[in-house]
Structures are given as structure tokens and as C-alpha cells.
Ligand binder design. Structure first.
Ligand code: ADP
Ligand code: ADP
Ligand code: ZN
Ligand code: ZN
Length: 744
């Protein structure tokens, strides 16, 4: 019965080698395999892409133009698809009004509650909406913060007016506004501002009363620099140019709104209370506390609203986000937190028969919280949907109805179905995942000794409770603790007090032309290889030259940027993604054209390109487990974990001076068997005299630490204390989540 499963025949997207598989519907299916084996190519680029494409086809053409374009997968047949919802770790929107409360709809129900119950009684629920003129604070338009001039950045006190003391564009000598200040005879043009009187500086900035006290009074129309700046830049309804916006960023800062103090609502709505609390107070409570409070509201006419609100709050707590407040701006959430918020949102939806695709839901989660996340996935399944999860954590695999392993290797060595069955069967399977599952990494018995220490004293950032720790230098330190316990906050303190090099998971480059070739700087060497072999100019092989495909300008793909959705790419039809004109592609080295070189993986290139300089430069990518990356692959397609490893590779290449490195969950996206590679790289950094501090949940990494700092015990205000500092081997017999997970 085809409709009981998603049937795939002959899938060839990216590295998939004509893969056939039947994925059961209405089940929790976990996709495993080494990094680069083809899991994403199957789940995202084949299943999600085909479902997205077919769904788009059902819309009329004018609507279709506004939908994300999907590149159709290379596959002979797919059947049994339903609409796909992808839940990934991409951060939730950059809109300042988006909060945990608004994206989970909890805020909607809280508003309803206030409109029905609050004293004084207010009526309509949009009175409690900060996006609605009826409810928003008039001073900040519902943003909770206001943009104010950063006056301290306006002036360079060591310069005179003549020398350009006013840093704002247009205010220096020769600038449009200059004469308004310099030529009126009120201000001294040649004396550095530091030597002016306080009043004179006040007058320059603000005019008005301060100016009236000066010997040479300015003309009546004189407008202080600050007033003028604010009139031109801030209090204008014009669409501001890119340059003006940059000026605003440079010379302003955001302050909490002086009227609503961040509550975002107008006076009437702000002061109305339920159970003695305002809506602002409730939105700043931790979700768990708020749930307790809402629990005490028993009025019958609001029972459905209370039930809906309670369900959202409970889902957030279950998924390990009970420490957040509804008022928290989504822009400040981590990738893992963003993903879990999206899950809460979908749990509240009443759509059934959907296919949810979830990318590594355990990222950012302590082992003690993984169970609850799997439970949520099971709930989604039990409501009648199909759940496809890409995951490396055995604790999630253990809950799968079925496991699909793609492999056996990465890139060209992968792309095949190597296992399909239950977790129990996988444990005995002779596949990379099966073998890795039966391997056990013991606790480090011979930890390195620190060469010194980096002290953090009395840290109180976010939830930290006067934390003082000594982080040893010259060793591998792991920071552990449940999500929200304060690991990132402590790491931020470490960075603020000592210079540390933060190797994070943010994009390596947003430039689509950035590839392993450009990033490692081997492009000139490759061009030279072709040029010398054929006695032609090296420039011919550059993507910015006449040799490049004229239609895609040497990109190989055409991008559509959509104002309100993610941009999408399709392969260039002219060059079929080969980026160069046929004339250029005629030239070969070792049988490879310049386009073929793009198609080589790092590992293949090391074998096939006869150039020591190239091999040395890209060898570090292989060292960090990225040997499967294709040389021409746009770095903007990399996952967060891959970006982080690319950056580690760069450090391996560059650094000799002892440096402190801070990494947040470097195992993200790594197969169990790749964790060993990562540990070797971290050990390599330490052995060269560097200090490495990692925030990590992966127990294999925790066991290999020289030094452990465990924070907790709980999230938010239930955490923020140091539970343990010392060797991992000595951490035993304690009831803390990390200690329990280590002995399990
Ligand atoms: P996994 O999800 O198992 O880590 P992927 O499906 O991302 O593996 O990658 C499988 C192979 O396909 C890798 O060799 C990778 O470099 C390649 N690949 C991934 N995305 C693209 C892409 N957009 N274009 C070309 N090759 C890709
Ligand atoms: P961890 O890294 O252990 O997950 P964090 O250090 O990120 O924990 O968070 C500790 C506490 O501080 C949590 O209660 C979190 O909600 C809060 N917090 C973290 N970042 C911010 C922020 N930018 N604004 C407000 N609260 C924050
Ligand atoms: Zn306000
Ligand atoms: Zn082209």
C-alpha cells in the first residue's frame, strides 16, 4: 500500500547514488549516518524539496512567484508525500517585536485573559496588543525601546571644528552643515573642543538656553547639532538610504522606553491587573512561574482561554524552555532554543497528516532533557503526522519506530541505504553507526595539568549568582549544565575579562562566492596550475573574468531573493552549474577541467591535484572532518556545526601565539564516529599550547575533558551556581543532572 509510506526510487540529489527507500508514514523515523553521507540530501533536498515544489504547483502563477522556489530533486519517483514543515535551527526573525510570547501565541491568550478579567475592565483584546494602535505605547510605538542619540559619540574632543571635531557626516569643514556652526561667530573654530567651556559645548550640541549665556549669541534660528541630527535622521518619515541607516546605527543607541519601561503598552493597558499583576509583570515571569499563577485562575467564563494558555506554557516547560520569559525577544535566543520554540508552535496547530522534518532537535540540550523532547515528537506523531528526524544522539534513536542509515562514507563514498530497522537491530549492525554505538569512550584518567588560570570573579551576568571560577590555561575545559543554567553567560564573562577567540557557529561568510577554494586562498594556485600547463593567461580561470558564464556571472546558480521569505537558488541553465564557458572547460589538468576541480571533495583534491601548496592549505579541512566538502561548494550552504569546523581549520593553519579558544557545542551535526576526529583536533590545539574551553552536552567529549565546570542545578533562576569544578573522574555520587548522566 503505497500511501502508508513515502516511496523513493532512484534518488540522485547531490551524492545520493540512485537510492531506493520506503519511509513509513505516521511514524517517528530517525535518519542517521556520518557527516556528509547524504542525510540532508535525502530528507531536505529530496523529500522536502519535492513536497514544496508540488505544493507550489497548486497555486496560481501570481502566488507562485511569491513562494520560495524549490530546486526539483533528481529522483525517478516519489510517492506518498504530504505537505512538509521543516523545523530547523535557523534563528527566528530579526523583528524587534517578535517575542517568545508572540511566536508561541501564548501572548495572544494572555491578552484575551486580560481583556476578560482585568481590573479596571477594559474590553476588546486588541487593547492589550502592542502591535495594535489601540494598545501600543505611544512613545515607542510598541517596541519597548526607543532610539536615542549617542551624544558621547558625536564629538572628537581632541579636535577643533576646523579639524572636524563633529564626527557626523556633513558637519566637518567643507560639509553641508559646517557653515551653520563655524561661520556664525559664536564658536571658536581653531581650539580643540576639550579646551572649550562646558557651556560652549552644551550650546554647540543643544543650542537653546545654553547658547543664550554665551558672549557671541548665535542667531535665533540656530539649531543644536543634536536637534538637527535628530530632525534629519530620526524624526523623519522618509525612506532612509543605506548610508543614512548606517549613520543612525553609528550615532544612536537603544534605550528602554521611558514611558512604558519595556512593557510596550499604553498607560491604560499597562496598569490593568489580573490576580494583582500587570500583563507586563506576567510577561517577565519565567514560564514555569507564570504557569503556576495561571493555574489559580478558575473563573468559568475564561476556562477555554486558561486551558489554551496552560497548554502552551506546559509545552514550553516540557521541552526545557520553562526558564524563558514570554517577554524575551526572539532575536536573543540561541539556535537550539529557536528550534524548540518552533516545535511548541507546531504542537499547538491543529493540522494533521503533515510531514514534520526536524533537524537535530537535541542541539543545546543536556542529556537529562533529551527524553522530554523525544516525547514531544511522539505527541506530534500520535496526532497523526509523520516525523522525520536527522539526529546523532543515541537517546533519540532509541525512541524511533524506525531508523534509516545513509552511508557508508561521506560524499561519493556515501549516498546509499546501508541500514533500515529498529534501534535494537542497529546496535548489532555492521555499519558506521552500529559500530560507533557499541564503542565506549572511558573517562580520561590522565588529565593534563593547567599552566596557569583565567579568573572570573563574582560574575552576575544574566542568571549567574556571583560566580567565581578559575579556568585553567593550556588544557581542555568543558562547561556543562542544563540548557539555561548559565554556560553561555559564564563564557561571555570569560571573553569579556580575558581575550578569547570565540569560534562560533555563525556563517563563515554570507558571500555566495565564498567556497573552500576562496576561503583557504588556493584559488590563485589552482588558476596557475591550469595556466602553466596550457600556456594561457591565469585570469581565464577566474569566475570574475571573460571566461565565466555570462548568465550567472560564474556563480553556477541563479538566486531569487524574496523580500519576506528566504531566498532560493536554481542551477543556471546556460552552464548547467559549470560556471565557465565551454572554451575554458576544454583545458584540463590530470583529466580534470576547472569545473571538475570545483566538484572534487577536499579528500579527492588532496589525492588528485599535483600541488603541495594546495594540499597543505586544504589539508586542515580534512583534519577537522570536512574532507567531504566539495571545493566549489558555497560556504553559505554549510550548517552551523560545519561553519564552526571550517573556522577551527583556519585556526589550525594560522595560530602560533598561545590563544584561548571558546567553542559552543562543537559536536553539533557530528556523527558519533566523527566526535573522535573533533577531539583529536581539540587535543591538537591544546598540545600546541592553546587553551580550549567548550560548552558541550556530548558525554564522549565531557569524559575526555582535562577539567570540568558544571553549572546548575536548573535553568534560569534555578541555576547560575557552580556545582562542580575539577577532574571528570572525580565527579561522582552527586545528584546533579550532569553527574547522573555521566554514570548512566
Ligand atoms: P549529511 O546531511 O549526511 O551530513 P549532506 O546530504 O549534507 O550530508 O551531503 C552529502 C554530500 O553532498 C556531501 O558530499 C556534500 O558535500 C554534498 N552536498 C551537500 N549539499 C550540496 C549542495 N547544495 N550542492 C552540492 N553538493 C552538496
Ligand atoms: P546556557 O548557555 O546554559 O543555556 P544561558 O547563559 O544562555 O544558559 O542563559 C542563562 C539564563 O540567562 C537563562 O535564564 C536565560 O534565559 C537568560 N539569558 C540569556 N541570555 C539572555 C539575554 N540576552 N537576555 C535576557 N536573558 C538572557
Ligand atoms: Zn513605550
Ligand atoms: Zn551559468
Amino acid at each position: 500500500m503505497e500511501h502508508r509510506s513515502i516511496t523513493i526510487r532512484g534518488a540522485r540529489t547531490n551524492n545520493l547514488a540512485g537510492l531506493d527507500v520506503d519511509v513509513p508514514r505516521n511514524r517517528l523515523v530517525v535518519f542517521v549516518g556520518v557527516s556528509g553521507s547524504g542525510k540532508s540530501s535525502l530528507v531536505f533536498d529530496t523529500i522536502a524539496a519535492e513536497a514544496g515544489h508540488q505544493l507550489n504547483e497548486t497555486f496560481p502563477p501570481f502566488a507562485r512567484n511569491r513562494l520560495p522556489k524549490w530546486t526539483r530533486p533528481e529522483v525517478e519517483h516519489i510517492g506518498g508525500l504530504s505537505p512538509v514543515i521543516v523545523i530547523d535551527q535557523r534563528r527566528i526573525g530579526g523583528n524587534a517585536r517578535s517575542t517568545v510570547g508572540t511566536v508561541t501565541d501564548a501572548w495572544t491568550y494572555l491578552r484575551l485573559l486580560f481583556s476578560r478579567l482585568s481590573t479596571p475592565h477594559v474590553g476588546e483584546s486588541n487593547r492589550f496588543s502592542f502591535n495594535d494602535p489601540a494598545g501600543m505605547c505611544p512613545t515607542c510605538s510598541g517596541l519597548g525601546e526607543v532610539v536615542v542619540s549617542a551624544v558621547d559619540r558625536f564629538l572628537d574632543l581632541d579636535r577643533s571644528l576646523e579639524q572636524g571635531a563633529i564626527r557626523l557626516p556633513g558637519f566637518g569643514d567643507g560639509g553641508y552643515w559646517y557653515s551653520q556652526y563655524a561661520d556664525i561667530g559664536t564658536f571658536d573654530r581653531d581650539t580643540p573642543l576639550r579646551d572649550w567651556s562646558r557651556q560652549e559645548r552644551e550650546a554647540l550640541l543643544h543650542g537653546g538656553a545654553a547658547a543664550a549665556t554665551l558672549g557671541h549669541k548665535p542667531p535665533k534660528a540656530y539649531e543644536g547639532v543634536v536637534e538637527r541630527f535628530e530632525r534629519i535622521y530620526l524624526h523623519t518619515s522618509d525612506n532612509l538610504s543605506e548610508r543614512k541607516q548606517e549613520t543612525i546605527r553609528q550615532f544612536t543607541r537603544s534605550n528602554v522606553c521611558p514611558e512604558c519601561h519595556g512593557d510596550r503598552l499604553n498607560e491604560a493597558s499597562r496598569s490593568a491587573t489580573v490576580r494583582g499583576r500587570t500583563i507586563g509583570e506576567m510577561s517577565r515571569m519565567e514560564v514555569t512561574e507564570l504557569a503556576d499563577l495561571v493555574d489559580t485562575i478558575t473563573a468559568a467564563h475564561v476556562a477555554p482561554v486558561v486551558a489554551a494558555l496552560t497548554a502552551r506554557l506546559a509545552a514550553m516547560t516540557t521541552i526545557g524552555l520553562g526558564y524563558l520569559a514570554l517577554s524575551r525577544a526572539t532575536t536573543t535566543l540561541s539556535g537550539g532554543e529557536s528550534q524548540r520554540i518552533k516545535m511548541v508552535k507546531h504542537l499547538g496547530s491543529s493540522l494533521i497528516e503533515m510531514t514534520y522534518i526536524v533537524d537535530e532537535p537535541t542541539v543545546g540540550l543536556h542529556p537529562s532533557d533529551v527524553e522530554s523532547v523525544t516525547r514531544l515528537l511522539e505527541q506530534l506523531r500520535d496526532r497523526g503526522s509523520s516525523i522525520l528526524v536527522v539526529e546523532h544522539d543515541p537517546a533519540v534513536m532509541a525512541h524511533a519506530d524506525q531508523i534509516v542509515e545513509v552511508g557508508p562514507g561521506a560524499g561519493a563514498d556515501g549516498g546509499r541505504l546501508v541500514f533500515q530497522g529498529t534501534f535494537a537491530e542497529l546496535r548489532h549492525a555492521d555499519t558506521p553507526t552500529g559500530r560507533a554505538l557499541s564503542r565506549y569512550r572511558p573517562v580520561k584518567r590522565d588529565p593534563r595539568r593547567g599552566t596557569g588560570s583565567l579568573t572570573v570573579a563574582d560574575a552576575t551576568r544574566n542568571n549567574l549568582r556571583h560566580v567565581s571560577v578559575d579556568v585553567p590555561t593550556g588544557v581542555l575545559t568543558v562547561l556543562t549544565g542544563v540548557a539555561g543554567s548559565g554556560k553561555s553567560s559564564l563564557a561571555a564573562e570569560l571573553v569579556a575579562r580575558h581575550t578569547a577567540n570565540v569560534i562560533d557557529q555563525s556563517p563563515v561568510s554570507t558571500n555566495r562566492r565564498s567556497t573552500p577554494i576562496t576561503y583557504t586562498g588556493i584559488a590563485p594556485a589552482i588558476r596557475k596550475l591550469f595556466a602553466t600547463r596550457h600556456q594561457v593567461p591565469a585570469g581565464l580561470f577566474s569566475a570574475n573574468s571573460a571566461g565565466a558564464c555570462p548568465d550567472c556571472n560564474g556563480l553556477g546558480v541563479i538566486y531569487t531573493d524574496l523580500a519576506f521569505m528566504d531566498g532560493h537558488e536554481v542551477v543556471c541553465e546556460t552552464c548547467q552549474g559549470r560556471r565557465f564557458t565551454p572554451d575554458v572547460l576544454r583545458y584540463t589538468v590530470n583529466g580534470l577541467s576547472i569545473a571538475d576541480v570545483d566538484g572534487l571533495t577536499v579528500d579527492q583534491a588532496v589525492d588528485q591535484l599535483p600541488d603541495r601548496q594546495i594540499n597543505r592549505a586544504i589539508g586542515h579541512l580534512a583534519d577537522v572532518g570536512l574532507g567531504y566538502l566539495r571545493l566549489g561548494q558555497s560556504l553559505s550552504t554549510l550548517s552551523g556545526g560545519e561553519c564552526q569546523r571550517v573556522k577551527i581549520a583556519k585556526e589550525l593553519r594560522e595560530t602560533d601565539r598561545p590563544t584561548t579558544y571558546l567553542l559552543d557545542e562543537p559536536t553539533t551535526g557530528l556523527h558519533l564516529s566523527d566526535v573522535d576526529t573533533l577531539l583529536r583536533v581539540l587535543d591538537n590545539l591544546v598540545d600546541r599550547g592553546h587553551t580550549v574551553v567548550v560548552i558541550e552536552h556530548n558525554l564522549d567529549v565531557v569524559r575526555r575533558a582535562d577539567w570540568l565546570i558544571d553549572l546548575g542545578p536548573g535553568p534560569g533562576r534555578h541555576g547560575g551556581t557552580v556545582l562542580y569544578e575539577g577532574h571528570v573522574a572525580d565527579y561522582a555520587d552527586q545528584a546533579t543532572p550532569t553527574c547522573q548522566a555521566l554514570v548512566r
